[in-house]
Ligand binder design. Sequence first.
Ligand SMILES: Cc1cc2nc3c(=O)[nH]c(=O)nc-3n(C[C@H](O)[C@H](O)[C@H](O)COP(=O)(O)OP(=O)(O)OC[C@H]3O[C@@H](n4cnc5c(N)ncnc54)[C@H](O)[C@@H]3O)c2cc1C
Length: 388
Amino acid sequence: MPVPDEDAFRTEVRGWLAASLAGDFAPLVGSGGPGREHEFVPERMAWERLLGANGWIGLGWPEADGGRGLPWGHEVIFYEEYARAGAPARVGHIGEQLLGPTLLLFGTAEQRARFLPGILSGTELWCQGYSEPGAGSDLAGVSTKARLDAGEWHLDGQKVWTSLAQFADWCFVLARTDAAAERHRGLSYLLVPMRQPGVEVRPIVQLTGTSEFNEVFFDDARAAAGDIVGGPGDGWRVAMGTLMVERGVSTLGQQLGFQREFEAVIATARATGAIDDPDIGARIVEAWAGLEVMRYTALATLARASGAASGTEPNVNKLIWAQWHQRLGELAVDVCGAGATLAGPGYELDNAQRLFLYTRADTIYGGSNEIQRNVIAERGLGLPREPR
Ligand SMILES: Cc1cc2nc3c(=O)[nH]c(=O)nc-3n(C[C@H](O)[C@H](O)[C@H](O)COP(=O)(O)OP(=O)(O)OC[C@H]3O[C@@H](n4cnc5c(N)ncnc54)[C@H](O)[C@@H]3O)c2cc1C
């Protein structure tokens, strides 16, 4: 397919979003943001299917794999317009942004043909089964076991903090398939159906009073023998590949989301009079400066031919945006005044309170601050390695 002109593409995206968010999906505008993942879940799943049916998922994936093969500049436009329209937070992002790119890199032709269409059509949702009670930052400590028997993988063990597992159809699981091998070498990357008797999902109630993530128990859960990405023992390499899939072009969309949150903070500060407090004013200016720095850093990354970050750049970016967003969450409740410490009847929280509580997690998930600093120190700056 010929690549559309950027201006025409922007007009098309903007027009489609405006028309699609005007009808039945109008209540979804602005829904599902940080700490509000519980909002309109069935409707947001239907929205995923609408996105898929109209070719808005996998814009940059190769056409041979069902994507649209568009350049990154077009993807940037889509994410910018998506955020600007206040379109709902995605529930299919784990499939589109993590598993899909992993299969494009490491999957067989059969695996790509089987799994990519479900992601592209928004009909199959995925979750990520890496963390366990005894393996978070130290991911090589995974102890969920899988063994091949009579043409099927049999899984036993427990995952934790599994985001959106309660809605997912599939989970990509890092499991130990060779107990005798050295830690990293005994792992495999399996694609496991969630809706089967051997899988139990127990939602975890978070500070927000809702449950984005879950415990997932495998009790002789099954996966088809061929649903392993890479070979047995290749799990570490594939899992690291997934983690390296840079957020890339979606970063600018994320930042437009940050910008909207920032504008809401200023509006509240004006309404409550907090804007007259010099300390609050200074924090607002600092937040604005941080937002500008993140935006220009992302544009500089994207301006390179590949649009991909290199070296320890993803670690630096994660460290910076996580801290920035957490401070914004603090500012969001501080401008509300003392009332922000009270929940409404039935633990009802407003958007500022949800933002504050959710952003406590920003410096933990996707690699904690301490881990990012370790990587930057050891791999980026060549400082002495921490004692093992
Ligand atoms: C909102 C949210 C969603 C998540 N979603 C998912 C998901 O979908 N799938 C999934 O698999 N996981 C998910 N996680 C889990 C996340 O990846 C882990 O929480 C994270 O990797 C940290 O692991 P841990 O919680 O076991 O903490 P630990 O690894 O036990 O760390 C505890 C503390 O020790 C510090 N620490 C650990 N090791 C070192 C070190 N070597 N040097 C210095 N400090 C260190 C850490 O920084 C942290 O402060 C999610 C987490 C959150 C908060």
